[in-house]
Design a protein around this ligand. Structure first.
Ligand code: AMP
Ligand code: ZN
Length: 114
C-alpha cells in the first residue's frame, strides 16, 4: 500500500529494530516506547484495521498471538505480565492504518487506559 509506513518497514524502505520475522509477520520495537518493553507485531499483508478482518484473512491474528507468546518469554516479561493492545479507528487512537498489536511490559500498567 503506497504510503503505508508499516508496509515500508516490511519492505525495508524504513529502518526498524526487528525482533522477529517470518514470511507472514514482523515484530519490531516501537519508535516511541510507552513502557520499558514496547514492541509491535504486524502482518506482512496490508490489513488496515481490525475492521478489515475476515474469515479469509483472520488466521494471522492467532499466528501473531503465538509469536507474541514466544517473544515475551524471550524478553523475560511472560511471568511479570504485559498488555496486548490493538487500537482501531479514530476513537481507538489508531494512527497507523496497518493493523498492529502493541505489546507493553516491564512496568505495572494502569487500567482503564485514557
Ligand atoms: P497506533 O497509535 O496504535 O496506530 O500505533 C502506532 C505506533 O506506531 C505508535 O506507537 C508509534 O510510536 C509507532 N510507530 C510509528 N512509526 C514508527 C516507526 N517508524 N518505527 C517504529 N514504530 C513506529
Ligand atoms: Zn501497510
Amino acid at each position: 500500500m503506497g504510503d503505508c509506513i508499516f508496509c515500508k518497514i516490511i519492505a525495508g524502505e524504513i529502518p526498524s529494530k526487528k525482533i522477529y520475522e517470518d514470511d507472514k509477520v514482523l515484530a519490531f520495537y516501537d519508535i516511541s516506547p510507552a513502557a520499558p518493553v514496547h514492541f509491535l507485531v504486524i502482518p506482512k499483508e496490508h490489513i488496515s484495521s481490525a475492521n478489515e478482518l475476515t474469515k479469509e484473512n483472520s488466521e494471522i491474528v492467532s499466528h501473531i498471538f503465538m509469536i507474541i507468546n514466544k517473544i515475551v518469554k524471550e524478553l523475560g516479561i511472560a511471568d511479570s505480565g504485559y498488555r496486548i493492545v490493538n487500537n482501531c479507528g479514530a476513537d481507538g487512537g489508531q494512527t497507523v492504518n496497518h493493523i498492529h498489536f502493541h505489546i507493553l511490559g516491564a512496568r505495572e500498567l494502569k487500567w482503564p487506559p485514557g
